[in-house]
Design a protein around this ligand. Structure first.
Ligand code: SAH
Length: 402
């Protein structure tokens, strides 16, 4: 994707074109992959209306110079997503090249005792809207937007040989309503046994959230494991118990997992057993985390290590203030049950709450105490690359306070 190679005029035949305003073109040059409907010139909006989801369009300046090529999604506010700055078609060859380059970036992970990780991270791997996660020999595809959804068959054809080469015999697609479709191979009979830094766990790729697990927290789970020995641990919003499992296998005294969804605890307990830990030695509480914390405070309970990893509180920019208030009250409630000398790990996966805003929910006033220090602020691991010019992709924050 070398700069300066962009041609002056497209050589591609029958080219559909969208004229963009200058500001949007500058953002594309910086590497932002999304074209908002409002960035498309009025004359081109008519052209866009005649296009179908999945069509390819050249993004051009007022004087028709081609800057980039994109897949369009005419009915979405994100009307097009950039795949390339070169004068090349967005075809199976290009999709296969993106997949191969993404896999090369995961070589180091593949060499560790980890076989659940993200193989292709959409925008971050310059394959906008296309996510592929690996769980041992099963891969799960998620397609974001009608543009790439319209190209499901060609995407599958492009990546199948590459996945098979990795020893992956099954590709599933998880849809918007969380339905599961088999793209090749066979539907797994039950949860899949995988390993994360040597810790065995099970992932329900057919019914679980996202593609079965929150793979973006892998390194943070390992970090929590490394701090857990001999400690009482509270894992809030525990889902399938990832943080709990790393704490328990690393010698935590007792782990309390809290999630509002009782079914998640069933998967968590299966993972505990797979890892050789007796789940009966630990607590699994089905409750609202806020109510749980209030009760715990009233009863004078405290923990040495607390992890809080809630779902996104800010689905859009408008809800940001409300989300910040929710983080503040959650963090204050956590600080109130953190034992003296304890460690508090607070995560946020809201892209509308950036790192600086998130830290305002963890300052002394927010926590109601003056003894904690910010030890580190982590993000996602290398299988979740981001683009410098794409803040929407920089969603995960993980703060360690002690
Ligand atoms: N920490 C997990 C991922 C958490 S996902 C991991 O590493 O895998 C967020 C979880 O929060 C979901 O399982 C959801 O059921 C749960 N949840 C949502 N609202 C909640 C609430 N008010 N109280 C407790 N759990 C909640």
């Amino acid at each position: 994707m070398a700069r300066g190679n962009a041609p002056k005029n497209s050589d591609l035949k029958n080219d559909k074109k969208l004229v963009l305003n200058k500001g949007a073109l500058a953002e594309i040059e910086r590497g932002h992959p999304w074209i908002w409907r409002g960035s498309i010139s009025r004359e081109s909006i008519e052209d866009l209306r005649r296009m179908a989801a999945g069509d390819e369009a050249a993004l051009v300046t007022q004087d028709r110079h081609v800057v980039a090529r994109a897949i369009v999604d005419p009915d979405s506010p994100i009307s097009a997503r950039v795949w390339t700055m070169e004068d090349e078609p967005i075809d199976e060859k290009l999709i296969a090249a993106r997949m191969a380059r993404a896999i090369a970036l995961r070589t180091r992970i593949a060499e560790t005792d980890t076989n659940a990780y993200r193989l292709l991270h959409g925008e971050g791997d310059r394959a906008p809207g296309v996510v592929v996660d690996r769980y041992a020999d099963v891969a799960v595809l998620r397609l974001d937007g009608d543009g790439v959804r319209a190209r499901k068959d060609s995407i599958t054809r492009a990546i199948e040989p590459i996945l098979r080469e990795l020893g992956i015999g099954t590709l599933l697609q998880r849809g918007r309503a969380d339905e599961t479709v088999v793209l090749f191979g066979e539907l797994p009979k039950g949860p899949i046994a995988v390993r994360e830094h040597g810790v065995p766990f099970v992932a329900d790729v057919v019914r679980g959230q996202k593609t079965g697990a929150f793979l973006d927290q892998r390194e943070n789970r390992r970090r929590v494991g490394a701090m857990a020995k001999g400690k009482s641990v509270l894992n809030l919003f525990s889902y399938a118990g990832g943080f709990s499992l790393h704490a328990a296998t690393n010698g935590a005294k007792k782990v309390t997992s809290v999630d509002i969804a009782g079914a998640a605890h069933v998967t968590a307990q299966e993972s505990f057993k797979a890892a050789g830990v007796d789940p009966r030695a630990h607590d699994f509480v089905t409750a609202d985390a806020f109510a749980f914390l209030e009760n715990a405070k009233r009863q004078g309970k405290s923990w040495d290590l607390i992890v809080s990893d809630p779902p996104s509180f800010a689905p859009n920019e408008k809800s940001k203030e409300r989300a910040l208030a929710a983080y503040r009250s959650l963090h204050k409630a956590c600080a109130a049950v953190l034992a003296p000398g304890g460690t508090f790990c607070a995560a946020s996966c809201s892209s509308h709450v950036d790192a600086r805003a998130f830290l305002t929910t963890l300052d002394d006033a927010a926590l109601g105490r003056h003894d904690l220090r910010l030890v580190a602020l982590y993000g996602p691991p290398e299988d979740h690359p981001t683009l410098a010019a794409f803040p929407e992709g920089q969603y995960l924050k993980f703060a360690e306070l002690a």
